[in-house]
Design a protein around this ligand. Structure first.
Ligand code: AMP
Length: 410
């Protein structure tokens, strides 16, 4: 199948060409015809499948034809990063058609948003700030034709469903509603029942990890995880590393420890201000930071293509989350490594992940690491190893001072 099948308006086709897309992805091929027919739809697909363009292109098709200058499409996303990412995709795809898009989320000033909302065709919003605008009457939604809820299951995880239900009360009843979600928990099924009108459901199977990724488990005692991470980083040729921790606090403190060890590292977690989150993300994307330490929620939907290693400092809580995390490496035929630190308590999840991957994952022991150590400082097998480590740390720090790239973004 190719994009010509959909008979897009020439200005929409120009946007597709500008983005460099040649053929539709499976989710696009599956949902675009239904959305263009005006149906309500439930799309089950993960990030990385091309789901953003799957709903953006039919929205642009509608806008290319009708009047402009009022909000005709609203996209609700759970995180600021995802909202910003959708906004950027619309900027590229919608530029030839001249559509005006604004992203609205908390953590930044509300007044510039109020001005932009007056002229927008498409709004991408996080639920909290959108409700703020609705309550202040600074958003006019009477002309709304299409509503998209993106990553609905993550909205549920983040406790946004009551806000979403509130928002629905302020929208015209006569509209097309599209819901995208990677999974279908009971609450999302209920939401769809209430707010979707005879929806079509399209499911794109959980993407299995790319063949280009190799997986390994690293058994380690909890208190030695940081030392093991430093050892691994020192002894690998990792170019761009995404490290996952379970908690915000751990993401922050690990980011700091990596910087102290001389790495160009940043963290991405919910406690950061919007500008710092963006700086961490941009710095990681353009290679200024070699390591990004993130929580699942902060990293949700982030699309950085050049990741050589994903390291699960803490094992993910479901096999789906594992697949989602490591889906960020080994993209586009590059090879990638997925390392997961495991402790004695993780046995059940280790088995569940192996089953999901469909093979036994190798358990690796590092010969250069002192597994009997009691803390970070004694986790070297010999004095020589420790000296070598200190020398490398100094070298990294000198290099960073020369390039003055180690900045405090954690
Ligand atoms: P998404 O799942 O929407 O986050 O998209 C994942 C990545 O796929 C993004 O970098 C998109 O730019 C890219 N993408 C979306 N549709 C296509 C397509 N038809 N061909 C090639 N890349 C695409």
């Amino acid at each position: 199948m190719n994009f010509k099948t959909f008979n897009f308006h020439p200005l929409v086709a120009a946007g597709i060409a500008a983005a460099g897309y040649e053929n539709p992805t499976p989710i696009q091929a599956g949902v675009i015809p239904h959305i263009m027919r005006g149906c309500d739809l439930m799309g089950l697909a993960q990030t990385g499948t091309g789901k953003t363009a799957a709903f953006v292109l039919p929205i642009l098709q509608r806008l290319a034809a009708g009047d402009r200058g009022s909000i005709r499409s609203l996209i609700i996303a759970p995180t600021r990063e995802l909202a910003e990412q959708i906004h950027q995709a619309i900027e590229i795809l919608g530029r030839p058609a001249g559509v005006r898009c604004v992203a609205i989320y908390g953590g930044v000033g509300i007044h510039p948003q109020i001005q932009k909302l007056k002229r927008a065709d498409i709004v991408v919003a996080c639920p909290g700030r959108l409700l703020d605008h609705i309550r202040r009457h600074s958003i006019e939604l009477t002309q709304l034709e299409t509503l998209v809820l993106d990553e609905a299951d993550h909205m549920l995880d983040m406790g946004f469903i009551p806000d979403v239900r509130q928002i629905f009360k302020h929208l015209p009843v006569n509209r097309q509603t599209l819901v995208f979600s990677a999974t279908m928990p009971h609450e999302i099924r209920q939401l769809a029942k209430t707010f979707l009108n005879d929806p079509v459901t399209i499911k794109i199977g959980v993407t299995s990890p790319a063949d280009t990724v190799s997986h390994a488990f690293y058994p380690v005692a909890h208190h030695l995880k940081t030392a093991l991470l430093l050892n691994l980083l020192e002894n690998s040729n990792a170019e761009s590393v995404l490290v996952f921790t379970r908690t915000k606090h751990r993401a922050k403190s690990l980011g700091k420890k990596l910087m102290t060890a001389g790495y160009q590292a940043a963290s991405l977690q919910g406690n950061l201000s919007q500008s710092r989150r963006q700086a961490s993300l941009d710095g990681f994307r353009d290679g200024k930071f070699k390591i990004l330490v993130a929580t699942d929620i902060a990293a949700r939907g982030i699309d950085v293509t050049r990741i050589s290693h994903v390291i699960n400092y803490d094992i993910p809580s479901t096999p789906d989350t594992y697949i989602h995390r490591i889906g960020r490496t080994g993209r586009a035929a590059r090879s990638g490594e997925a390392y997961t630190f495991i402790t004695g308590e993780d046995k059940k999840m280790v088995n569940a992940i192996s089953r999901a991957i469909g093979s036994n994952i190798e358990q690796r022991i590092l010969p250069t690491f002192n597994y009997g150590g009691t803390s970070h400082n004694v986790a070297y097998r010999s004095r020589q190893d420790k000296k070598l480590h200190q020398k490398k740390t100094e070298e990294r720090k000198r290099h960073n001072r020369r390039t003055s790239m180690t900045r405090s973004f954690v």
